[in-house]
Design a protein around this ligand. Structure first.
Ligand code: RP5
Length: 167
């Protein structure tokens, strides 16, 4: 695989089971990505260094997931003009509402495209990243479309089975 890649950042190893969903979606769509554990609070300088290094190697877009006072996506957005997608992680006692508000409430001019809390959000971060890259990549757009058609066929098959079971 070549071409631009997506950088998936997370604040802690404990976020990996959630953020793996973004990586799996991108892999399934043939989009190159790398994963990095780096924290807005615990390793701020290393986070900044990683962003500029990733950009210099062809990173087109960042996905950042964090829990609690989740500033990672915002911190990434402060250091890049590439699109940033934020994933609020449900790692604390507030079940991700803390992370959601910390991630989504960015000041004007420094946007973070925030997805849903937790595993569904991480998967959607992968799909959204692929759709953004597909704007410049017709083959990728076709793969995204094909997956949607597959999902639609699966729902229709489920309904056929339901109707059959009720006869
Ligand atoms: C955040 O604090 C991380 O993103 C993680 O979701 C949460 C807890 O981190 P650990 O204490 O598990 O390392 O910075």
């Amino acid at each position: 695989m070549s071409g631009p890649f997506v950088a998936i950042l997370m604040g802690s190893e404990s976020d990996l089971p959630v953020m793996q969903g973004a990586s799996d979606v991108l892999a399934g769509l043939g989009v190159r990505c790398e994963m990095k554990i780096t924290s807005a609070h615990r390793t701020p300088a290393a986070t900044q260094q990683y962003i500029s290094d990733a950009e210099s190697r062809g990173c087109a877009l960042f996905i950042a997931g964090a829990g609690l006072a989740a500033h990672l996506a915002g911190a990434v957005a402060a250091h890049t003009l590439k699109p940033v997608i934020g994933v609020p992680i449900d790692s604390g006692p507030m079940q991700g509402m803390d992370s959601l508000l910390s991630t989504v409430q960015m000041p004007a001019g420094i946007p973070v495209a925030t997805v849903a809390i937790g595993k569904t959000g991480a998967k959607n971060a992968g799909y959204l990243a692929a759709q953004i890259l597909a704007l410049q990549d017709p083959a990728l757009a076709q793969r995204v479309r094909a997956e949607r058609e597959q999902k639609a066929a699966s729902v229709q098959a489920q309904d056929r089975a339901l109707q059959e079971s009720r006869k």
